[in-house]
Design a protein. Structure first.
Length: 255
């Protein structure tokens, strides 16, 4: 995937359409939370969910949030990622779960209508609630058609480029070859990578640098001092000696 320019982040298509930067961030958090719980409901791996979120971010930088159904597109991106990673389920299950979660989402938004920055919670989602959820055949058919149409639109918008590299694999490299031998630190860094998926840093920085930024955040959180590498190089060169600490700090700030 070709990385975008930072100037495009500073002046996004959403802001050009009258959405403030804070509101754009809140709307993005909202849909990423929906997508995360949607993927968790289907017991999809963290990597697969992250891949779906990455695809959504690519799409969302081309269309204003005012002009498309964020939750529908987000769910469709998870549906697409599940097929890419070979975790397929019938579309009927995905659309039924979407309708179930969307109902919960709408209920919470109505209750909090006066809170412009409210972010729904999905703690009440359960297998029992899903099974009890009623959806008529017409609604089911409409959603299946929308999912298929949205999936096609998503693929067009990302140029059918499904070669997605994620920063998680760089933490896995460290786990398999302990360059930084601290399991607790790596767990915290993984959590920061999850947080990074709520932002669009994945569109502007290489995955290896995002992984380094997560490690940097984790070291600050855990009060951990990185050792030098075996060749006496600084820790942040573990994925390549062309990486500077200034770049790592820049990504750390943006996460």
């Amino acid at each position: 995937m070709k990385l975008m320019l930072l100037e495009e982040w500073a002046d996004s298509i959403h802001q050009k359409d009258g959405i403030s930067k804070d509101k754009e961030r809140q709307m993005r958090f909202e849909v990423v939370s929906f997508m995360t719980y949607y993927g968790i409901f289907f017991k999809l791996p963290q990597i697969t969910i992250a891949k779906g979120i990455h695809i959504f971010h690519q799409v969302s930088m081309q269309i204003s949030f005012k002009k498309f159904d964020r939750l529908l597109y987000g769910a469709s991106c998870i549906f697409l990622a599940s097929k890419l990673d070979d975790y397929p389920k019938p579309i009927k299950e995905f659309t039924r779960a979407f309708d179930y979660m969307h109902t919960i989402h709408k209920k919470q938004m109505v209750i909090n209508v006066n809170n412009a920055y409210f972010e729904p919670s999905y703690s009440e989602i359960s297998e029992e609630g899903y099974k009890a959820h009623k959806i008529d055949s017409k609604r089911q058919a409409e959603l299946e058609e929308k999912f298929c149409g949205t999936e096609c639109e998503v693929l067009k918008l990302i140029g059918y480029d499904l070669a997605i590299e994620l920063p998680y694999q760089y933490l896995d490299m460290i786990k398999k070859n302990p360059i930084i031998p601290d399991a607790a630190l790596l767990k915290v860094a993984n959590n920061f990578l999850n947080d990074s998926m709520r932002t669009i840093v994945c569109l502007y920085y290489e995955p290896r640098v995002i992984a380094l930024a997560a490690l940097n955040l984790a070291s600050n959180f855990c009060n951990y001092k990185f050792p030098t590498l075996e060749d006496q190089q600084p820790w942040y060169t573990c994925f390549g000696d062309d990486v500077t600490i200034e770049l790592v700090e820049e990504v750390t700030f943006n996460i």
